[in-house]
Write a protein that binds this ligand. Structure first.
Ligand code: KG4
Ligand code: ZN
Length: 449
């Protein structure tokens, strides 16, 4: 089964083609096309993502990403099965189809013009050829609603043009599935259920009890900021760029690598940098990171006050010295990791599980990856081999937002549940009955698992 996947939930625009096949108990995956553009640099000067700017950027870039993905699939097909390439040759688009597509894309700036130009703008006598695809999967939420609409409208437009079904996908379910496929190999993915997933991203911090694919119970969540949001906000307080996670992680590592030097650093020796470990004592699996962010804010304010008094800083507006920024980054990373590890280990104690899955952009953090590897090692040392827990962490590149994970979960669900397609696929012909795009799929910023 071949899925064309589209992801626009935040500031990554991505299009991928994933092929999934049933192999024994598992599913094998091949990433045949993968094109991604990160808008991080566009947003970095504002210290966060501006939804309307992000929406415009998605609309501007999605056609060329689609083109690049399709080109990769074409060369794959030519190389691997030159005599057996199934494809759809696009005959001239009728005025009626164009009208329909224009209506679908009416709110997306120049996307309609870009798409038509791409599909029709070939040399005389040449036509656009779509490689074989079974369905289009698109992120329907959670995320930023204005940006989700770009992906949804684009998916439906392609569905209309090529008469393909469209599958709305939950982005967080995609993050869970990101452990199954990787860009670099022909991976066969299985997960031993029941499993627990810790999902940590820019919008979410959740512990999910998974009985099987499609059967999820969120048993713990953040009461305020998500962990990635906390990384981003603390980075801003420290004068670092967006996204804050990688910036903080880099500074924290510098601090750990140079700890001895720092111990004897006269500026650092003057301050107690210890931060709180929020919710560590509560009996539930919930999290809270907003107090920690405020603690960093106060700490930075106090340190700046002293440094201004001592004449080390000229004013409050100046950034803290590099070694203090690195030391606070390390302490912050340590505090959040301790909370994540502790809460997850409590969940493992109380809920029967065979697998621990990590998912979401914050999983790109090396310190967090290592800490969970150590946790599972320690737990397994105390268990019989048959009760050992498998730790599944996606490759770093697959941790942050991408379309491969959206195609992967669509394949997993469709291949493991005969009803999935008939119950979930959207038939774009319904637009002929006077329905609107929003009657078919709704962008849901708060979509839950
Ligand atoms: O999953 P994701 O790409 O987008 C959402 O679905 O939100 O996660 C983005 C978040 C951002 O907050 C970013 O700062 C964080 O993941 N992140 C990291 C690292 N790389 C990305 N946080 C900590 N350490 C990292 N290395
Ligand atoms: Zn995400």
């Amino acid at each position: 089964m071949r899925i064309l996947a589209i992801e626009t939930s935040c500031d990554e625009t991505a299009v991928a083609l994933v092929e999934g096949n049933k192999v024994g108990n598992g599913t094998s995956f091949k990433v045949i096309g993968n094109a991604l553009y990160s808008q991080a640099e566009t947003h970095s000067e504002f210290g966060g993502v501006f939804p309307m700017l992000a929406k415009r950027e998605h609309a501007k870039n999605i056609v060329s990403l689609f083109a690049s993905c399709i080109e990769q699939v074409r060369s794959y097909d030519k190389k691997h099965s030159p005599n057996d390439v199934k494809r759809q040759i696009l005959e001239t688009l009728s005025e009626e189809t164009k009208k329909k597509v224009e209506k679908v894309l009416e709110r997306e700036d120049d996307l309609y013009e870009d798409l038509i130009l791409f599909l029709e703008g070939f040399k005389e006598g040449e036509k656009f050829e779509l490689p074989h695809i079974d369905a289009i999967a698109v992120t329907a939420g959670p995320g930023l609603e204005p940006t989700l609409w770009v992906g949804i409208s684009f998916a439906i437009a392609l569905g209309v043009i090529f008469d393909l079904p469209v599958l709305p996908i939950n982005h967080m379910e995609g993050h869970i599935a990101s452990i199954l496929s990787s860009d670099s190999d022909d991976s066969v993915g299985t997960i031993e259920f029941p499993a627990l997933a810790l999902l940590i991203s820019g919008g979410h911090t959740e512990i999910v009890d998974i009985e099987s694919w499609g059967s999820y119970k969120v048993i713990g969540r953040t009461k305020d900021d998500a962990i990635g949001e906390a990384f981003d906000k603390v980075a801003r307080i420290l004068g670092l760029g967006y996204p804050g996670g990688p910036e903080i992680s880099k500074r924290a590592k510098e601090h750990r690598d140079a700890e001895l030097i720092h111990k004897t650093n006269p500026i650092l020796a003057d301050f107690d940098l210890t931060l709180p470990r929020p919710m560590l004592k509560t009996l539930d699996f919930d999290f809270s990171f907003s107090g920690l962010k405020t603690a960093v804010l106060y700490l930075v304010r106090d340190i700046k006050k002293k440094l201004v008094e001592k004449g080390i800083l000229a004013s409050y507006e100046e950034h803290l010295p590099k070694e203090i920024v690195s030391a606070i980054s390390a302490e912050f990373e340590h505090a959040v990791t301790e909370v994540l590890v502790y809460k997850t280990s409590k969940a493992i104690d109380q809920i029967q599980t065979k697998t621990l899955i990590l998912g979401g952009g914050v999983v790109a953090n090396d310190f967090i990856r290592e800490s969970f590897a150590n946790l599972i090692d320690d737990i397994n040392k105390q268990r019989m081999e048959m009760d050992a827990i498998a730790l599944r962490i996606p490759p770093i590149k697959q941790s942050t937002d991408n379309a491969v994970m959206i195609g992967t979960i669509a394949c997993v669900r469709a291949l493991n549940d005969e009803q999935y397609m008939s119950q979930n696929a959207i038939d774009t012909k319904k637009l002929d009955q006077g329905l609107q795009v929003s009657d078919l799929i709704v962008a849901d910023g708060n979509l839950s698992l």
